[in-house]
Write a protein that binds this ligand. Structure first.
Ligand code: ATP
Ligand code: MG
Length: 303
């Protein structure tokens, strides 16, 4: 399949999952088990799509890096075991590691807590020409911190600044920062890998049953599962309030890992393909310099 066709197909493929205006978004309208127009029997086709997509992605990244103007920020949020790590690993498998960096954000350190809530993430933003991946992000400050208000109480924010509007204010600040970044050439794409509680249970049990997967299980994960409803409410509110044209959310069905990966790859391809990416033009002076070097190598190089 030609690159042009893969880009075209990616574009169509992602439409059902994109949220750019959260006003009407309801999480219950997205089925975590959805596989779009690809049936489970078409899995090999999906695998092929992913492989072709990964190649296109690698080519696009090469130009992104050479042009050195835009940067891509991919933000991943999800409940435990939704497949963030796997999606990142598979989708980015073909790209040049020099042009790509992944940052994982866990519970904030004491240094993090000495700063504003976005500080630790903003210092990890991708340089121009690079792809930056946030495995969790400042959005946790509207998720885990919202579900567990005691975490907010532990932060060192002056008390009089924490009012009942705190979440709205955080959404407002995030929207503003993301708009600022977009205006500076950072292309933001946000993913919520939408897993069902049933599938999470299955994956947790697999982690317990398989000794090679034991390390992935933590009892804290199982505890968080107890707050499922609260998390879903927080996720929905977060998407409703921070989905914009410049920084859309993609709510990706996550019960089928193979499908999640195809959608994520398609989103990244679409994001890069919609930029005016081209290799830098060589100036006349540079062209002459190259010509002289060629003559030198052909004529005098007798090593
Ligand atoms: P995996 O479980 O697949 O290894 P993970 O992203 O879940 O990956 P963990 O080390 O299990 O990594 O968990 C990170 C934890 O840190 C999550 O429970 C998350 O909610 C928490 N966390 C992230 N950011 C914040 C924050 N700002 N405040 C409090 N907790 C946070
Ligand atoms: Mg975890």
């Amino acid at each position: 399949m030609k690159t042009k066709d893969i880009i075209e197909r990616s574009r169509k493929f992602i439409v059902p999952y994109r949220v750019t205006d959260g006003k009407k978004f309801r999480l219950k309208d997205v089925d975590p088990d959805d596989t779009g127009e690809v049936s489970a029997e078409d899995k090999p086709l999906a695998k092929e799509m992913l492989e072709a997509g990964v190649e296109v992605l690698a080519d696009l990244q090469d130009v992104l890096y050479a042009q050195d103007q835009w940067s891509i920020l991919l933000i991943f949020q999800a409940m435990d075991a939704a497949g963030k790590d796997g999606a990142i690993k598979h989708v980015m498998s073909g790209v040049n590691p020099q042009g790509c960096q992944v940052f994982s954000f866990k519970s904030p350190s004491s240094e993090d807590l000495k700063h504003d809530f976005m500080w630790r993430c903003l210092k990890c933003l991708p340089e121009r020409g690079r792809i930056g991946i946030f495995n969790r992000s400042y959005y946790e400050e509207t998720l885990v911190v919202r579900v567990h208000p005691e975490l907010l109480a532990k932060q060192k924010i002056p008390r009089q600044l924490i009012t009942k509007n705190v979440w709205e204010e955080r959404f407002d600040d995030i929207r503003n920062i993301e708009q600022y970044l977009s205006r500076n050439g950072v292309v933001i794409r946000k993913f919520f890998l939408h897993l069902s509680a049933k599938e999470q249970k299955k994956r947790f049990l697999a982690r317990l049953d398989n000794s090679a997967k034991n390390w992935k299980f933590s009892s804290a994960d199982a505890q968080e599962r107890g707050f499922w409803k609260e998390y879903m409410k927080a996720y929905e509110d977060m998407i409703c309030n921070t989905a914009t044209e410049d920084a859309p959310w993609y709510v990706v069905p996550a019960d089928n890992k193979w499908f999640t990966r195809v959608v994520v790859a398609a989103v990244v391809i679409d994001a890069m393909a919609s930029l005016d990416l081209k290799y830098p033009e060589v100036s006349e002076a540079k062209r002459q310099e190259l010509e002289i070097a060629r003559e030198h190598l052909i004529g005098k190089d007798d090593l």
